[in-house]
Design a protein around this ligand. Structure first.
Ligand code: CA
Length: 648
């Protein structure tokens, strides 16, 4: 036996000594991942270094794989296609080259790392399939992301745990630090939440995130930059979820960690258009229900807690009906201020107007000090199934569950439990005060969208947020909304963000800016921040646009953008493209209609919403540069302004 082992070790040693670095290249040959014998990976695009040699591996109860060696590698390819009705694209094809490397530690035990490399995306995960193990507990990961010195960052920090409103943080609602050097420290000293955007000098962009996180792992984040080790993947903080639950994820073997993704481009186009978040995950269950997406009203955003009463909800149901919206969202305290019996009556009233109902719930429980009710209906399967049975019986179509407790595996189990049980009762689910969705649009058939962003409520809470509304909005197509549906709850047409529509906070943006965000921000159900007074005081063409604008899309096209300055994104529904442009920069953004038209089949004219009107504009293809006609081909978008161009 001893002889056999030493012979085996020798042969493995020979293999590892003789092995050249392993590489896997995208189908178009431009994106290359190289894995060295000492289990470091690097990423290059067109020969330019994007990710420098970075660590792989983990430490676990089954052994330490932090300094493992690559002993074997196996190549294959994936050709997949699927449809999905709630993300950037409707029909997706996924072609990737795959490399699975065996990582062996000093004890002779092995785990694997699997890389999938498509044209602009790298996805990798650890796979554990040792037949001698039935489970594994991961203590820490070595996984890191090292970028070249010249890289600047577009990051949002992880907050301290158990701070903020009723000790509800972290909840992915921090400010972004825009275009900062890697050496700048994060606000709270706990690194950054996903997704994380990097501008790699003049060589390109990289968006780092993760996907496929469910009840079988925790959510990760990136550490602060360390000049030696780069950004490390970190597990949740022990204090999250009010200290409940471990920070060391565990799963059954055979099994795998979530995927970590790096989307790479010489411009932001591949990042805005990427579907890697969904390409590498699979549905967790099949639904027997047919979920219908659309638009909704919600009184809470402008009229706040005082509006959660029967009569005000009737007004917002009537508003939804007047706007041809499908939904009304009734926010917190409905159980106290309307009650279960009258809710049945309210739902009947909504149905009589052709409007369906979403109801709000707190996720807790016991992991924060939230007093907004209903409380303690969603954390226990026993309670939530009773509640969901009642919701289904009165014809409610969905729930909005708020105020979750961080990223521990314990919390991921609650998200999955809520989704899975809700599907049994035909209920769609929106999450607020929550983590980033990680592939959930494809994994859970009744999942709609998550907040996980400084959303519209902050505009209502303070003038400063209104002052930087445009700047924040230009970030999302390239960061937060690039990897998941985003429940922003915006599109204000009030000039002042309160019920009286007077004094403060003052909206700094134009109406067309707000309309443009209906296209720029993607979520399959859009709960718009309209109020009944908008039927009288908002321009008719704005209301008509919101009646018509789709909330689900067939395709996306990046036109232009710089996070923090401006964003121009087009989305297609059927034969019609909607081009959305917003500007946050002091310099006006000049949108060249001729160039836009050339992108979309050179139509003779386009519908332009800008400057307080909706116009059918002819495109003068013969206009000479500098001429008056050429000027008419340009839409000049000032700071805090926006435009929508409809083609087809
Ligand atoms: Ca929130």
């Amino acid at each position: 036996m001893k002889k056999y082992l030493s012979a085996l070790c020798l042969s493995l040693l020979c293999l590892s000594l003789s092995a050249a670095p392993k590489t896997v290249t995208s189908p178009d040959g431009k994106l290359t991942v190289t894995i060295s014998d000492d289990a470091r990976y690097s990423v290059s695009l067109d020969g330019k270094d994007i990710v420098l040699p970075s660590a792989l591996g983990f430490r676990s109860n089954r052994g330490d794989f932090m300094n493992a060696k690559v002993t074997e590698a196996e190549s294959s390819a994936i050709h997949d296609s699927y449809t999905l009705d709630r993300i950037k694209k409707g029909r997706i094809t996924y072609d990737a080259n795959v490399l699975i490397c065996t990582l062996e530690n000093e004890a002779g035990d092995a785990v694997k790392v699997e890389f999938c490399v498509s044209d602009n995306d790298v996805a990798f995960r650890y796979v554990v399939d040792n037949p001698r193990w039935a489970s594994i507990r991961i203590f820490e990961e070595a996984t890191s992301f090292v970028f070249p010195e010249s890289t600047t960052t577009f990051l949002t920090p992880q907050s301290d745990a158990m701070i903020g409103w009723q000790r509800t943080k972290p909840s992915y609602e921090e400010f972004y630090a825009i275009d900062k050097p890697m050496s700048e420290k994060s606000q709270y000293g706990h690194g950054y939440t996903f997704p994380c955007l990097f501008k790699v000098g003049s060589d390109g962009w990289a968006l780092v995130s993760e996907t496929g996180v469910d009840s079988r792992y925790c959510g990760g984040r990136l550490s602060d930059w360390d000049p030696e080790g780069g950004y490390r993947l970190e597990f949740p903080m022990p204090e999250e979820n009010d200290g409940n639950g471990t920070v060391e994820p565990a799963f059954a073997v055979p099994g795998a960690t979530p995927w970590r993704t790096i989307t790479v481009g010489s411009t932001l186009k591949p990042i805005a258009e990427s579907t890697v978040t969904w390409d590498v995950v699979e549905p967790r269950y099949v639904s027997k229900h047919n979920y219908k997406f659309g638009k909704g009203t919600w009184s809470w955003i402008l009229w706040q807690d005082g509006s959660i009463n029967y009569d005000d909800q009737v007004k917002f149901i009537d508003l939804a009906a007047a706007m041809d919206f499908q939904y009304v969202l009734v926010d917190n305290f409905w159980d106290r201020n309307i009650g279960y019996d009258r809710m049945e009556e309210l739902v009947r009233y909504a149905h009589s107007k052709g409007v369906d109902v979403f109801l709000w719930y707190s996720s807790s429980g016991y992991w924060n000090d939230i007093s907004q009710s209903p409380l303690s209906k969603m954390d226990s399967p026993v309670e939530r199934k009773k509640e969901m049975k009642w919701l289904q019986s009165i014809g409610v179509k969905g729930i909005k569950v708020d105020f979750f407790g961080g990223d521990k595996q314990e919390t991921m189990r609650i998200y999955e439990g809520v989704l899975s049980d809700a599907d049994d009762y035909g209920l769609m689910v929106i999450f607020h005060g929550c983590t980033l969705p990680r592939g959930w649009e494809r994994m859970y058939p009744n999942y709609v969208g998550s907040e996980a962003v400084r959303a519209s409520e902050n505009l209502v809470f303070g003038q400063h947020e209104c002052d930087i509304e445009a700047q924040n909005a230009t970030l999302h197509p390239f960061i937060r909304n690039a990897v998941g549906c985003m429940e922003f709850g915006g599109c204000f047409l009030n000039k002042f963000l309160n019920k009286a529509n007077a004094r403060r906070p003052i909206r700094r943006t134009t109406d067309e800016f707000e309309l443009a965000t209906a296209v720029l921000f993607q979520n399959p159900i859009q709960n718009f921040a309209l109020a009944p007074n908008n039927l009288e005081d908002a321009p008719a063409y704005c209301l008509d646009f919101l009646r018509d604008v789709p909330t689900t899309w067939d395709d996306i096209r990046y036109i232009d953008g710089y996070p923090g300055k401006y964003a121009v994104i087009a989305r297609r529904k059927g034969g019609r493209w909607y081009v959305s442009a917003i500007n946050a920069d002091e310099a006006p953004y000049k949108l060249d209609l001729k160039a836009v038209a050339a992108e979309f089949g050179s139509p003779a004219s386009m519908t332009v919403l800008h400057g307080g009107s909706q116009q059918q504009k002819a495109v003068d293809y013969k206009a000479r540069p500098g001429s008056k006609a050429a000027k008419a081909n340009t839409v000049e978008i000032a700071q805090n302004d926006g435009a929508v161009i409809i083609i087809g």
